[in-house]
Write a protein that binds this ligand. Structure first.
Ligand SMILES: [Zn+2]
Ligand SMILES: [Zn+2]
Length: 473
């Protein structure tokens, strides 16, 4: 069976998450996005475990489904015009997952690393939680911070649930990851020591993509996975994984260990990626100083911010280049395919000239989901002529460009998301007045919008000037 899985998310028990991140809302949005399998996230939190046991019942081995849900709760969190009864909520499956933030000293350096745990059953979850509760506080946050060596976390998981597995999370994020520039390691073995062979998959995170990771030969033996790490249900599937294998936890794990099975069948078929420039740590810089630097510019400025003179936050691209031993990516045989996409609300936001969370965008989004079944079906599979006929020719053109990678990229840096656009400025102003998407028309470019656009490009313009100043001095 072909299915899409988003295996790293957070519940309403994690900090800075939406109240809607409860199972019914998550399942509804998974259906809207076209995702069949979700990680539960946060299984270390007692409150969330209670919610999980209240709502979930076993389905296929290691997969769980909702036993009950309330349509009123769902209607309150999905876009206008969508009917909970039309969504295949009962078909959504959950796997037990949780993210741990390990902060500890190793080799005289403070390490801060996030790892995702996967468990096949609630018994494993209970045993792991009992041990972790003796090490630190697992009740204050759905993603607990523990003074626990990442290697020892892996040991605890394997001891209590040999069928579980651990995946290092968003491995390039500067502050909290395996290879992060601030508090990570240079090689995986330094982190996991004798248990390193137990690691078989790595999460690339929003700011890096497989092409960047495949410039490092030391990562050849690892499968690369992609997840949303979302804090609200509408952000599900920003990144995801496509499997073509049996619909159960053991088969999913086997596909992650080896993307091709013994018969030569591609069981882990593809990853769905953000454009890495959209990630909030792609380039280097300082958010507060509006200074965004490409890696070579950081090197030219000796790692210092051209505005405040303090060391910049070194982003993911720079860090990958530091550890890379290849100039261009080399993919291991049978690597999953890679689809780079822009979330549909962002495409609609650009077309309609209003924010991605606005009513106008959500209304249009709801109509498109009613027409094309799910967001991924529209973005990945729908025929362009159908999108043109049942949506709009402009939307069809936008999706054609997204599918072919023909997009305009303005990279993120130091916690500031990047911006990926489909149409150039002058194309957009020509578009206003012509676009009609289910009766919604593009907002004509007004003063306020212009100001936002100027603000959005400001860092890049300013940066060039600043670099020039730095070079002169
Ligand atoms: Zn994390
Ligand atoms: Zn600065």
């Amino acid at each position: 069976m072909r299915y899409i899985a988003d295996l790293h998310i957070h519940s309403c028990f994690s900090r800075a998450t939406s109240k809607a991140s409860r199972l019914p809302g998550l399942a509804a949005w998974a259906a809207i996005k076209g995702i069949q399998v979700l990680g539960t996230g946060d299984f270390t939190h007692p409150g969330w475990v209670q919610h999980l046991t209240q709502y979930l019942v076993p389905a296929e081995p290691g997969f769980f489904k909702l036993a009950t849900w309330n349509n009123d709760e769902i209607a309150a969190v999905i876009p206008e015009g969508l009917n909970p009864d039309d969504l295949p909520i009962g078909d959504i499956r959950f796997v037990l997952s949780s993210e741990i933030s390990s902060i500890y000293k190793k080799d005289d350096k403070v390490r801060k690393i996030h790892n995702i745990l996967y468990a096949p059953d609630f018994e494993t979850v209970r045993r792991v939680n009992r041990t972790l509760a003796g090490i630190g506080n697992i009740e204050s946050d759905g993603r607990p911070i523990l003074g626990l060596d990442a290697r020892n976390l892996l040991e605890i998981l394997l001891e209590h649930g040999p069928d579980g597995f651990l995946v290092p999370a968003h491995i390039w994020t500067p502050w909290f990851s395996l290879f992060g520039s601030k508090s990570g390691f240079d090689v995986l073995e330094e982190c996991f020591g004798d248990l390193s062979p137990e690691i078989f998959a790595l999460e690339t995170g929003l700011s890096s993509d497989p092409a960047m990771n495949r410039c490092i030969s030391a990562l050849d033996r690892y499968t690369l996975i992609s997840n949303s790490d979302c804090h609200s249900p509408s952000k599900l599937g920003r990144e995801a994984n496509v499997f073509t294998t049996s619909f159960d936890f053991p088969s999913l794990q086997t596909a992650l260990r080896s993307p091709v099975d013994r018969q030569g069948q591609q069981v882990f078929s593809a990853t769905i990626e953000f454009y890495p420039e959209e990630g909030k740590y792609h380039c280097d810089g300082h958010r507060k100083c509006h200074a965004c630097l490409e890696p070579h510019e950081t090197i030219e400025s000796k790692g210092l911010c051209p505005v405040c003179g303090r060391p910049v936050t070194v982003g993911v691209l720079h860090r990958v280049m530091e550890l890379a031993d290849r100039k261009s990516p080399q993919y291991p045989e049978n690597s999953p395919a890679v689809h780079s996409l822009i979330p549909l609300p962002e495409i609609l936001s650009e077309l309609l000239g209003v924010g991605p969370g606005s009513k106008k965008v959500m209304r249009t989004y709801g109509r498109l989901i009613n027409t094309f079944t799910s967001e991924f079906n529209l973005l990945l599979n729908a025929k362009l002529e159908d999108i043109s006929d049942f949506g709009s020719p402009f939307l069809a053109e936008a999706i054609r460009r997204v599918r072919s990678g023909n997009v305009i990229r303005q990279p993120g840096y130091d916690g500031e998301f990047g911006v990926i656009r489909v149409f150039a400025e002058d194309e957009l102003s020509r578009l206003s007045g012509q676009l009609n998407l289910f009766g919604e028309t593009a907002r004509p470019p007004k003063k306020k919008r212009k100001a936002q656009r100027v603000a959005a490009v400001k860092p890049r313009v300013k940066k060039k000037k600043l670099i020039a100043q730095v070079k002169k001095s």
